[in-house]
Design a protein around this ligand. Structure first.
Ligand SMILES: *Cc1c(COP(=O)(O)O)cnc(C)c1O
Length: 413
């Protein structure tokens, strides 16, 4: 009977293909960058997390090569047996300095950091209070932990009920006021710093205020912020002026910070010390490859010495938002390099428009991705554009011209 699963899965795959929900991967034949080669053709890439253009930066590549020579390819060990080199400690120190925290612990990925950040601190007598749109890895990390779970309506801070995607939910303060939450031993608020589908920021100033008022800890996943959000790129906590108020930050090295892989949890010394003792994805998974460590140290050195890249990204992002709005596109307002182009005027038939739009954009040489239900709510289909410091004005103008041409064709503008 169990072997029936092969047929059952084949059927489910077929039905995903029929519904247009099957994920096909496009193959890149070049370095990651503003210009990439896909299927033998050069296109402009507007869908990478390569926010600062560091994925193929010469100084970063050189640092990776040098570290292979000086520290080898791999360590064949977890950290606490024989997988810690001097450079792993250096990277942890550099990350702490950059984020303004006491200490940092490295993980193979931010997915693992989130998988190992809740269970070590919280048991069944505790509460996790999470934003409704948190990243999958936070959701999974919360599932691995015995604490009671409460969800608040996306970025809503108040005491009222809010409707989102047809459901009513309390705001953060409403959840914090619940008797059963107030009676818990410890409370931890968990949120993305920046939400990847919307490019909107969690209001960390208000979140930290409420955390103080209701005696809660604050955990922020800043994967879409570290390196470029905030005046000097330290992240969402810098943007909102609460650098000393956040207890735990998880983030990735796989986006703005070079884009290879790796992640970390950073925060108060005693918390990080405890994670080193008991956090399972840290204890039972191989140490980060030396080349990734050496290159990420170089990235942090570059970003600490100049804000040029994050400044360029900010001006690219603002320019694109302003021009696209002037052309008549509906974009979710914000102040981030993720710019969602919406198709709500076609709702409820917006999904096919977004899909066809993305395909036509690729034919114009612009690589962008359409997102539709179930990745986003029904009627909220979008093309998510991601700007990079690697984009020149010319690249961005070409993308806007293609948007205008394809937009007219589909009656979007
Ligand atoms: C990308 C992302 C992750 C996963 O990071 P990896 O290092 O690739 O595992 C985790 N959280 C958020 C919010 C992300 O956007």
């Amino acid at each position: 009977m169990s072997r029936r699963i092969f047929e059952d899965l084949a059927k489910q795959i077929e039905s995903k293909k029929k519904d247009g929900l099957y994920k096909d991967e496009r193959i890149i034949e070049s370095h990651q960058g503003a210009e990439i080669t896909v299927g033998g053709r050069k296109v402009l890439n507007f869908c990478a997390n390569n926010y600062l253009g560091l994925s193929s930066h010469p100084a970063v590549l050189q640092a990776a090569k040098d570290t292979v020579d000086s520290r080898g390819f791999g360590l064949s060990s977890v950290r606490f047996i024989c997988g810690t080199q001097d450079i792993h400690k250096q990277l942890e120190k550099k990350v702490s300095e950059f984020l303004g925290t006491d200490d940092t612990i490295l993980y193979a990925a931010c997915f693992d950091a989130n998988g190992g950040v809740f269970d070590p601190f919280l048991d069944q007598e505790c509460a996790i209070i999470a934003d409704q749109l948190n990243h999958a890895s936070i959701i999974d990390g919360v599932r691995l932990c015995k604490a009671k779970r409460y969800i608040y309506s996306h970025i809503q801070m108040g005491t009222g009920e809010y409707e989102f995607d047809g459901r009513k939910q309390l705001g953060l303060e409403g959840v914090l006021q619940l008797e059963e939450v107030r009676n818990c031993k410890y409370r931890m608020i968990a949120t993305d710093g920046v939400f990847s589908m919307n490019g909107d920021l969690a209001p960390l100033d208000r979140i930290c205020e409420l955390a103080e008022k209701y005696d809660a800890l604050v955990m922020v996943d800043d994967s879409h912020a570290s390196g470029f959000v905030g005046r000097t790129g330290r992240g969402t906590h810098e943007y909102f002026g609460v650098m000393d108020k956040v207890d735990l930050i998880t983030t990735t090295f796989g986006k703005a910070l070079g884009g290879a892989s790796g992640g970390c949890t950073s925060g108060r010394a005693v918390l990080i010390d405890w994670l080193r003792q008991v956090s399972r994805p840290y204890l039972f998974s191989n140490t980060l490859a030396p080349s990734v460590v050496g290159a990420t140290i170089k990235v942090l050195e570059l970003l600490s010495s100049s804000t040029e890249l994050r400044d360029r990204l900010e001006s690219n992002q603002k320019y694109f938002r302003q021009r696209m709005t002037a052309e008549g596109f509906e974009i979710l307002p914000g102040d981030h390099a993720i710019v969602p182009i919406m198709f709500t005027k076609f709702s409820p038939d917006d999904a096919p428009v977004a899909q066809a739009f993305a395909n036509d954009m690729l034919a114009e040489g612009i690589y962008v991705i359409g997102f539709f239900y179930p990745v986003v709510a029904k009627g909220q289909s979008r093309i998510r554009v991601q700007l990079s410091a690697a984009h020149t004005r010319d690249h961005i103008d070409k993308a806007i011209a293609a948007f205008v041409k394809v937009g007219r064709k589909h009656g979007v503008i």
